[in-house]
Design a protein around this ligand. Structure first.
Ligand SMILES: O=C(O)CC1=CCC(=O)O1
Length: 251
């Protein structure tokens, strides 16, 4: 799996890998970049068919985690911190399960151990294959942001630009993703963040993650829906930088 990616920040600093959500690109993390690159080398990647990554079909979240592992190998990175939003968070949880020694710290934002129902994801995949991502715009706006968020179009443009086959295939990967009974195996310390008004991965999903991962802390961000990193960077940046700086598992 080829994942377009980008590195920013001081070359010798510890590395944090950042994964985006369905329908967004590595630019999702732009509001976090100035804070993180003060002390971190930041590796951001694009999902298949999103941003600069070529489209793909028939992959699982485990395949996406394997793609991120390949990036770590390519850049000679033994252990990293990982932050992910939604599908990007699912990739982080999977990576932590698959390669415990390579993930030293986790920030899981607006994500879940299982996302909705398989049927709803397959319906969305069929719609996007037939009509593209445009018909999703208004429902997505309501899932991603609280009413009146001024910067919504910037993020919705990422959805409009996503390749339909890549987007649909990500939906199918989400349809079969379920790590609820494996959360107890995650060894990395995790900060679990939820948007208080997120209808897609509500705080109850975050509670499942925070209860299941042995070393986890839960933060519910007020005034934010699904893309809490975009809507409340003031709260998220402080919490993520504190967690990544103080909670790095060394053994
Ligand atoms: O449906 C959405 O746009 C919300 C979402 C679920 C998984 C993901 O990555 O985004």
């Amino acid at each position: 799996m080829i994942l377009h990616h980008r590195l920013d920040g001081p070359p010798d600093a510890p590395v944090v890998v950042l994964g985006p959500s369905l329908g967004t690109t590595l630019d999702l993390w732009e509001p976090q970049l100035p804070a993180l690159t003060r002390t971190w080398r930041v590796l951001r990647y694009d999902l298949p068919g999103h941003g600069g990554s070529p489209s793909a079909s028939g992959f699982t979240v485990d395949d996406l985690a394997a793609g991120v592992l390949a990036l770590l190998d390519r850049h000679g990175l033994d252990a990293v911190a990982y932050g992910g939003v939604s599908l990007g968070g699912a990739v982080g949880t999977t990576l932590a399960l698959r390669a415990q020694d390579r993930v030293a710290s986790l920030a899981l934002c607006c994500t879940s151990a299982r996302f909705g129902t398989a049927e709803s994801w397959r319906e969305r995949a069929a719609l996007v294959r037939a009509e593209g991502t445009k018909p999703l715009t208004e429902a997505t706006r309501r899932r991603w942001f609280t009413a009146g968020f001024p910067d919504a179009e910037r993020y919705l443009d990422m959805l409009r630009d996503a390749d339909p086959e890549g987007y649909a295939s990500c939906c199918e990967a989400l349809a079969v993703f379920d790590v609820r009974d494996r959360l107890g195996e995650v060894r990395a310390p995790a900060l679990v963040i939820a948007g208080a008004e997120d209808p897609a991965t509500p705080p109850s999903d975050a509670e499942v993650l925070a209860r299941g991962i042995p070393d986890a802390e839960l933060l519910v961000v007020p005034g934010a829906a699904h893309l809490a990193t975009a809507e409340r960077p003031d709260v998220v940046n402080e919490a993520v930088t504190r967690h990544l700086t103080t909670r790095w598992r060394t053994a």
